[in-house]
Design a protein around this ligand. Sequence first.
Ligand SMILES: [Zn+2]
Ligand SMILES: [Zn+2]
Length: 191
Amino acid sequence: MATRYVSQSEDEPELEYSSSSFDEGQEDISEKGVEPYRYEPNTSEQSALEEESEGIERDLDNRLTNTKWCLCALCQVMPTTEESQCCQEISKAKITGFNEVLQCITDHPGFLSVCLDPYVLETAYYQYRQQYDQHMEDSNERRRYVAYRQFVRWCWGFMGKEVRVPLPACAVNKIRQAFPSDTYTGFKWPN
Ligand SMILES: [Zn+2]
Ligand SMILES: [Zn+2]
């Protein structure tokens, strides 16, 4: 901040005129130096912020045709904007070591254990079946469905029923590779 004040007073002397609006005497102004500017809105910073948020919206619109939004290098183009999320964007997850060390959450050993191990998925399915009294045929579709649920539990722990979180495209793709089908539907929570 100090350097900015210096550069303002040196490079933009016309800014000193605005200090007269504070109705202070000339002596006070020179004593306080650049202090009056503290109360001036910093228009250049504001416009920069606006541009930044517009840029994010533009980016969201463009997600359907590319993976420029992916920071982990393992996401793919997805059919909807909602699904076009990178693990690095949703990484407020409670996973120790993720983000600082790992490029992608699917590189985490926990991902393999929790989301791709068919024995774990089968066991998790029985828990789901008991809890919701819903039956699903033994299939890759069931394994994917349970794996998505497992992923959410693993990343966010307990969540309220109404809470929805985006699944990162890289994790969805890994789960689909492990348990392929002819057709895929996006992850849906039970009602
Ligand atoms: Zn990614
Ligand atoms: Zn990733």
